[in-house]
Write a protein that binds this ligand. Structure first.
Ligand code: NAD
Ligand code: WQD
Length: 349
């Protein structure tokens, strides 16, 4: 049994809710802070049903410094996993100030409250989106950063802020240094094997997998395949899809690493969380049809602005330093997405 308390910002969301399950099952006490701007409290009821363990939930905005300060005083967390953020690339281009305010300012407030409470262990949800253009399609952590939209830039700015915070510890010779893991997710998909929690996008999904699932169940008529003339094996875009349960297990491994001798002197380090291999859009469609027996109606459409032909992770560093790698395969990701979709055709209601 592990009695440490982990404060999870954004814990009611897609990835956060799966993280809460893993944390509770690993014996942590879990405190969720979420403003429910993109989630429903039902996800947290389901987390408690799956695990048979209670968690504590505060409906609060991370930008509310007083509320956050009070929560830290009451709950005394040892670690924070910071998922809270807005994540729609298109919306970030329309409303950049909203994205910078929510994601960057929100993290500033969180970091100040943590510092004041002397809680200096943080796992941050970054993204493969922070990488810039590269001659290689397999991304390694030391590649140059260069995001191309406000959402991606908000993540890169937060990474910079957290690196600066950690660097200041060395300058100041702080007794209790920051210990920070920046986890750069590739493309999380899938759902918990129970089918009780999963991704519940508002309106028409932006991302491939929830779109495919909604076509399969008949909610949407046809999947637009954004481009079949990329320089890839079948002309469609290739991404590194990762099962959300594998992804959240990486967070538990990160907490373990932050508590180990590796981070004894503090530090801020980035890790790719991906499978290390890519699938094309057509390969995803084929896998979905094979695993579910449903036909996916699709139409080749123009390329989507800002999309890359291909990218996937080099996950070697996470294996070496966090002792983490993916365990699930594409069929698991498809089957679990479909299980969630069929059990919850309208999402959380
Ligand atoms: P999500 O929208 O399902 O979850 C985010 C949660 O944060 C939501 O419950 C939302 O209500 C909450 N939230 C947002 N702003 C808040 C604020 N100011 N105060 C309190 N709560 C707030 O998204 P997700 O897919 O679970 O993503 C979680 C994190 O992972 C995000 O930071 C996202 O940018 C990052 N990420 C996601 C992906 C992906 O493809 N899903 C990929 C890379 C990185
Ligand atoms: C995957 C592939 C599309 C939808 C996005 C964000 C990124 C990260 C993860 C948070 C691409 C194609 C998609 C559709 C399609 N999120 N596609 N038809 O673009 O790799 O990454 O989510 O950090 O920041 O940009 O994921 O699922 O949108 O697209 O053909 O209706 O599917 O062109 O090749 P992406 P995605």
């Amino acid at each position: 049994m592990n009695n440490k308390t982990v404060l999870v910002t954004g814990g009611a969301g897609y990835i956060g809710s799966h993280a809460c399950v893993e944390l509770l099952q690993a014996g942590f006490k879990v405190v969720v802070v979420d403003n429910l701007s993109n989630s429903k409290p039902e996800s947290l009821s389901r987390v408690q049903q799956i695990t048979g363990s209670p968690l504590t939930f505060y409906q609060a905005d991370i930008r509310n410094k007083q509320a956050l300060t009070d929560i830290f005083a009451k709950e005394s967390p040892s670690t924070v996993i910071h998922f809270a953020g807005l994540k729609a690339v298109g919306e970030s281009c329309e409303q950049p100030l909203l994205y910078y305010h929510n994601n960057v300012y929100g993290t500033l407030v969180l970091a100040e409250v943590m510092s004041n409470a002397n809680v200096k262990q943080l796992v941050f949800s970054s993204s493969a989106t922070v990488y810039g253009e590269s001659s290689s399609v397999q991304y390694t952590e030391n590649f140059p950063l260069g995001p191309i939209n406000p959402y991606g830039r908000s993540k890169a700015m937060i990474e910079d802020i957290l690196r600066d915070l950690s660097a200041a510890d060395k300058t100041n010779q702080t007794e209790y240094p920051w210990k920070i893991a920046l986890l750069r997710y590739f493309n999380p998909i899938g759902a918990h094997e129970s089918g009780m929690i999963g991704e519940d996008p508002n309106g028409i999904p932006n991302n491939l997998m929830p779109y495919v699932a909604q076509v399969a169940i008949g909610k949407l008529k046809q999947l637009p395949v954004y481009g079949d003339d990329y320089p890839t094996r079948d002309g469609t875009g290739i991404r590194d899809y990762i099962h959300v349960v594998d992804l959240v297990k990486g967070h538990i491994k990160a907490i373990e690493a932050l508590n180990s001798e590796k981070f004894e002197a503090g530090g801020c380090k980035a890790y790719n969380l991906g499978a290390g291999r890519g699938y094309s859009v057509l390969e995803i469609i084929n896998a979905f049809e094979r695993v579910t027996g449903r036909k996916i109606n699709y139409k080749i459409s123009p390329r989507r602005a800002g999309d890359l032909a291909e990218c996937f992770a080099n996950p070697d560093l996470a294996l070496k330093e966090l002792n983490w790698k993916v365990e699930k395969n594409l069929d698991d990701m498809v089957a679990d997405t479909w299980n969630w979709q069929t059990k919850n055709p309208q999402g959380y209601i």
